[in-house]
Design a protein around this ligand. Sequence first.
Ligand code: LMR
Length: 396
Amino acid sequence: MFESVEMAAPDPILGLTEAFLKDSNPKKINLGVGVYKSNEGVTPILDCVKQAETKLISTEKTKGYKPIDGDPAYGKAVLELMFGADHEVVTSGRAATAHCPGGTGSLRVAGEYLANNHKGATIWVSDPTWANHGNVFAAAGLPIKAYPYFDATTNGLNFDAMLEALKQIPAGDVVLLHGCCHNPTGVDPTTQQWEQIGDVLAANGVTVLLDFAYQGFGLGLEEDAQGLLALAKPGREMIICSSFSKNFGLYNERTGALTFVGKDADTTTKVMSQAKKLIRANYSNPPAHGGAIVSTILADSELTALWKKELADMRDRINGMRELFVETLKAKGVTRDFEFIKQQLGMFSFSGLNKDQVNTLKTEHGVYIVGSGRISVAGMTPSNMDYLCESIAAVL
Ligand code: LMR
């Protein structure tokens, strides 16, 4: 059976980590995957997470199955974190959240829900988008197309072309938007642009799927929810896929959420019942630990305050690395203007390096970045900066 099977291509992001681990270059740097590192180059467990885990160890009484859509306390915490407890979406009961394994798991369930229940719907993603979106929706059997997003000449948002393309999308299709810290470009719409996007899509009967994986990594927890809030007008439907890998540092706990916002509570209950059928046939019910950590932190005002501080520290460190990166490139004699990197938001810098340069960085310098030229700023440290910038100067 197995002899005729061919080798699959490595994953464009996680495959880089596999290659990095095999590389014997002592100076190698992995700036591929979006994983936060401290100045010392380690991915820390947040103090608030450790404290929540300590609390859980002494209070947890069972390892019994969770409901198919997870613990209701988790769903409530996720909704309130995104919208605030008093928002109409929350108080009306027209939103329901399922705890899913990571942002990827949430996207996959959303994709399968759409492919199974809205036959003929296409999902539209930004050009460019996260390298895994295509895999996830193809695996779910959902047709996928792209709309323009990034303008390489200005290193900014090509808003006019984006809005024009969004206006042409037929009713019944779905548009994936990145809630904040667009991956890979780090370029987000302004609040006013979010409003315009929401109005155009709602007027045309197009549903938004918001991929919300970096809340708190851009400008702040509330600031990063401005797009979500601009889209969530009374009566409007949407789907939100959340990830807590980054903002709670829970990468390997696979902690995410899928939220449906329907026109009313009844509609949402029916929609969630279909998603639950798909979850049951896939992984049955979610892994508990990561969700329990998030709900424990968000239910405790002291732990929440500590989390907000630790999140702000991560954000500030990344922004400090952006500044240092641009300055060090200059100091190493690079004349190309990289100032735009200071304006980009989130974990990544979309550098503009081409495929050949990316490849040479890997093979000759042991510097691993994603093929699109995306560099994880979150993995830069004061001690790898000189070598990184010397390597980039050498390939430019
Ligand atoms: C990334 O874009 O690097 C992260 O979202 C991690 C992943 O799973 O790709």
